[in-house]
Write a protein of this length. Structure first.
Lengths: 350, 350
DNA sequence: CTGAAAGCGCTAACAT
DNA sequence: ATGTTAGCGCTTTCAG
């Protein structure tokens, strides 16, 4: 294989093969209307010269660029980083090129800037993988109907007007709490994520609903708000333990906070699961290696990212091939309960 | 702000402002040679029309694209994902656009494919953030001298011919083991990473060197090879404990393996740090929240990524502005020892 | 200071 | 099946 050294153009190939640029273009685009013999000759010349077409020029001249724009808000944590990994791999698989924009400070006009800089590179579609918190989605709303290309959201409260992929946090929350109820616990607390995050609200709502339906207590002193961080898990559980001493079991809205909480429990000498049963959320790799291993709700982040790409490409194909207007579609991914040692039947506890 | 809807071109602006395309071009490129009055008029029209220049067309016509290519091998783990985060943010800061390629299977010809697809988009430079293991670097070597743009490596054994940024793993390893020696431990084991990784070899070499220099035992039964994973930490420590029962302290080559090891220790009832002192590597967020909190070597991944970008952009500037040939440069980042509860002075143990 | 012409490397639309 | 003519939207070069 040769490297594109920026010097050989379609012209050179055409000249060397004794055909027109157009014919070379047809060959590199695998068009059917080229004589087999000509095609071979051109291909040979391409190999000899080590010709590599300029994706830039093709994108400019053609209606599509085979480029996808992805906007993210940071990938420091397990969830987003695995989701992003799914996105990358799938884009790669489908032979698109990925242009990335990071969403840093959440100012309304940043939304427009990012969208524009993506469109300025003529992306065929956009994946908006920025977490739904604050009101960044509202800022987006005004752009949506002006967008000349399909867009797919991640973490999106179901909407009819836009395509999105989401993992059902309410359903995951229900699984977690239902599991604890079924194991026989009656005093079940909750540490939520920051409630300006949609996901955090969904999980908390699930906690409350399940307890209500089971006729179990779910008052205000039974839960506290964390901020997803390890430190907040550690701090929050100490307060909660104080305010809600009868607590037998605890549903924590993400695994990071569980790790923090475990350190606090360990330091105060409270035994898991004998004195407190625990269920987390996310199934980060570390959580299975706590002592005891923690029951959690697994989110298939990789599938999540992959689905977003597949959906987007589907919409793009629809726009380009048919005369069919792309119809918004929502893909819902179900989380899964992973039972480990931190949530045994209550009766089995000493 | 208006959104680029792909319909307004520089031509429309020129017409509306009653000037030529070139003048508009000069304005959007902030060239000095435009009458202030003209400039203002053009700017006004640009705003009114909501004109957004096509980055694609500009890249094609101009000598630079203000686009950087980044090749990574996956960002599922803390280290790479934080490094990548530093890369993204810095690229964003410097107003470049990021094109991403993922390196999945390590076949020699994938290297060429990735490089070509980046060059086909006319990137101004490349960051190769693929971990140095196996022999993927060798495959790269043959392309290097043909590359028409600067490239910066991450995780690179120091070389004179190429620019790179690296965190000194040998020095980090020395810090870890020296700390244990200074705390008074004499029987110090090691769980290494997979030895086809450069970093793993460096850390192990440091372990051996420090022990040798201190006149402490460092035989074959005192260390074992893991594979960076949680599970391997768990498994490896059990074997090691068996083969090296006198072990008082242990240097583990990354924090993930520490987490796995702690579970194994907890299950077998071995107390940290009283029966075994522990030092990890990486300072992943979770490691400070173990019980006890783990001493580790912090790597500033964010700075790492940021440095790679700064170095690359520096090389690009050199190539474009001056007639100076870009001189390869290496940036070395020093890791830092973070002392926590898992490595107290031996004497203080009960 | 401003404009006209030429071209970046390719594809689309129409010829033949 | 192949070639020709026009662009894609911008920048560069060279006039003036």
């Amino acid at each position: 294989m040769n490297i594109r050294a920026n010097e050989i153009t379609i012209r050179d190939v055409a000249k060397a093969a004794g055909v027109s640029k157009q014919t070379v273009s047809r060959v590199i685009n695998d068009r059917p209307d080229v004589a087999p013999e000509t095609r071979n000759r051109v291909k040979l010349v391409i190999d000899e010269l080590g010709y590599q077409p300029s994706a830039l020029a093709r994108s400019l001249a053609a209606p599509r660029s085979y480029t996808l724009g992805v906007a993210i808000s940071g990938i420091k944590y397990t969830g987003p980083s695995h989701t992003f990994n799914g996105i990358i791999e799938t884009i790669e698989e489908l032979n698109y090129t990925l242009i990335l924009k990071a969403f840093s400070d959440f100012k309304p006009n940043q939304v427009g800037t990012i969208l524009n800089s993506l469109l300025a590179r003529k992306v065929d579609g956009i994946i908006w993988a920025v977490a739904d918190y604050d009101n960044n989605r509202d800022w987006l709303a005004e752009w949506l109907h002006k967008l000349p290309v399909p867009i797919v959201f991640t973490d999106m409260p179901e909407t009819k007007e836009t395509s999105s992929v989401f993992i059902n946090g309410y359903s995951g929350g229900r699984m977690a709490v239902t599991h604890l109820v079924e194991q026989g616990y009656q005093e079940i607390g909750h540490i939520s994520g920051p409630l300006d995050w949609w996901d955090a609200r969904e999980r908390k709502r699930a906690w409350r609903d399940v307890l209500s339906e089971a006729g179990l207590p779910n008052g205000e002193r039974q839960w506290m708000e964390g901020d997803w961080s390890l430190e907040s898990g550690k701090m929050t559980i100490l307060t909660l333990l104080n305010e809600y001493p009868e607590m037998e079991a605890l549903f924590v809205a993400n695994d990071q906070m569980v790790v923090g909480a475990i350190q606090a429990l360990c330091m105060t000498g409270i035994k898991v699961p004998n004195e407190l049963a625990l269920v987390g959320y996310d199934d980060i790799p570390e959580i299975a290696y706590m002592c005891p291993a923690i029951t959690t709700i697994r989110q298939d982040f990789h599938l999540y990212g992959a689905s977003a790409v597949h959906l987007l490409v589907k919409q793009i194909e629809a726009t380009h091939s048919g005369n069919t207007e792309a119809v918004p579609e929502t893909i819902e991914i179900q989380p899964e309960l992973i039972v480990r040692e931190s949530s045994p039947p209550k009766i089995s506890r000493r």
